[in-house]
Design a protein around this ligand. Structure first.
Ligand code: XLS
Ligand code: CA
Ligand code: CA
Length: 445
């Protein structure tokens, strides 16, 4: 990556340079304590393992508004017209990515370019901004992890986009998906995300769920076919979320999405983008939904954030919980890495109004995942963790247990084995032993 800290004519984050790695002894809020991009962990560098991305929406377009009040941050890239703001914003964003040292970024079509009801104007706006983003990618070496279309903000999508009961809206949604896919391809984006924000229902009384899901699969298939026809080689990533904004969303969780993709023959082109806060909203842990996706061969990418233990909202906080990051990296390392990356779909708090807070938020998230990576790697390779876990299943490794697993025993045969062996011996699950081992490795320097 180029060392040039920023490339536009205006510096939007003055006084902040390239964020250095200073190690765990540093108290400098603008330095990494654990993320040392070139440090090798196992076979790869931290940069290669973690594949960090910053997102356009929370960091550069969302000034901190919530349902009770407007934004609080004063962005220095705001201008009187939407296009002038978009042009300044792309400079600010690439200055930020370069100074932070993230190799990737992600965007929605209308984060990057101003939206417009007129289709020609919308497409021209996006093409104009794609050209500028392409220049900045060239100048900085920062790449696009994934692009997506925002099919949830405009009021036309209030009853859904691809699952809208009105065909006119479904067709209008295709305009944005086509344009966002083409933008992703033009920028060399590695993947393309579908988050089904309003693909769900507010009431079953007025909803034909089966029909809507059929339309959804049809729409995704058309997007896949168009993507492949224009040379898109990456994965299409579905992002599960159980609710919010809708009462119920069709992409509820990993298990639901895996069933849906298989039912419609989409499992070879589509994988999942798992967001921590969405997993917890669906009543699971982050690690659970990652593991389910991984077990289906569908864990493609991660939206790295966290929720709040005291409420059920999608708070999109930056990830700082080391238990979460160790758990996530155990799943990622066991499956041999991600084709996608770790995108910070996370927002600095509304009360965090300094531009420096945007850096500190990302630094904390990157350090939390770097430490999670180191601890998970050590647990898998230096500790007895995997041997303990495998040992619980040792009775299936040989003899009748192995025959059962291979499907060569009948229920009659199982009965005969049970009759001959007496009451099974009690075997402890030793949960506390694993918890203690995890803490031991977390605290190890
Ligand atoms: C919202 C989603 C969204 C997707 C991209 O809850 O997380 O930001 O990641 O559309
Ligand atoms: Ca997300
Ligand atoms: Ca979220």
């Amino acid at each position: 990556m180029s060392q040039s800290p920023y490339i536009g004519s205006t510096e939007y984050f003055p006084g902040i340079g390239r964020i250095p790695f200073e190690g765990a002894g540093s108290d400098n809020p603008l330095a990494f304590k654990h993320y040392d991009a070139d440090k090798v962990v196992g076979e790869r560098t931290m940069r290669e393992h973690l594949r960090f991305a910053a997102c356009y929406w929370h960091t550069f377009t969302n000034a901190g508004h919530d349902p009770f009040g407007p934004g609080t941050r004063r962005f220095p890239w705001e201008h009187p017209t939407p296009m002038a703001t978009a042009e300044a914003r792309v400079d600010a964003a690439f200055e930020f990515f370069s100074k932070l040292g993230v190799p990737y970024y992600c965007f929605h079509d209308i984060d990057l370019a101003p939206d417009a009801d007129d289709i020609g104007e919308y497409e021209a706006n996006l093409q104009h901004m794609v050209a500028l983003a392409g220049e900045r990618q060239q100048a900085t070496g920062v790449r696009l992890l994934w692009g997506t279309a925002n099919l949830f903000t405009h009021p036309r999508y209030m009853n859904g986009a691809a699952t809208n009961p009105d065909f006119a809206v479904v067709a209008r949604a295709a305009v944005q998906v086509k344009a966002a896919l083409e933008a992703t391809v033009a920028l060399g984006g590695e993947h393309y995300v579908f988050w089904g924000g309003r693909e769900g229902y507010a009431s079953l009384h007025n909803t034909d769920m089966k029909r809507e899901l059929g339309h959804f699969a049809r729409f995704l298939t058309m997007a896949r076919d168009h993507g492949r026809s224009i040379g898109f080689k990456g994965k299409f990533l579905i992002e599960p979320k159980p609710m919010e904004p809708m009462k119920h969303q069709y992409d509820f969780d990993s298990a639901t999405c895996a069933g849906f993709l298989r039912a419609h023959g989409l499992q070879d082109d589509f994988m999942l983008n798992i967001e921590a806060n969405h997993a917890t909203l669906s009543g699971h842990t982050f690690e659970h939904d990652l593991q389910v996706a991984s077990d289906h061969g569908l864990l493609g990418s991660i939206d790295a954030n966290r929720g709040n233990a005291q409420n059920g909202w999608d708070t999109d906080q930056f990830p700082t919980d080391l238990y979460d990051t160790v758990g996530a990296m155990l799943v990622v390392l066991r499956q041999g890495g991600l084709v996608g990356g770790l995108n910070f779909d996370a927002k600095a708090r509304r009360e965090s109004t300094d531009m420096q807070d945007l850096f500190e938020a990302h630094i904390g998230g990157m350090d939390a995942f770097a430490r999670g990576l180191e601890v998970a790697h050590a647990l898998l390779h230096d500790s007895p963790w995997e041997a303990w876990r495998a040992g619980r299943y040792a009775s299936f490794d040989a003899g009748a247990g192995a025959q059962f697993a291979a499907g060569t025993l009948s229920l009659d045969a199982l009965r005969a084995i049970a009759a001959g062996q007496g009451e099974p011996a009690q075997r402890s699950g030793h949960q506390e032993r694993y918890e203690n081992l995890l803490n031991q490795y977390l605290l190890r320097a």
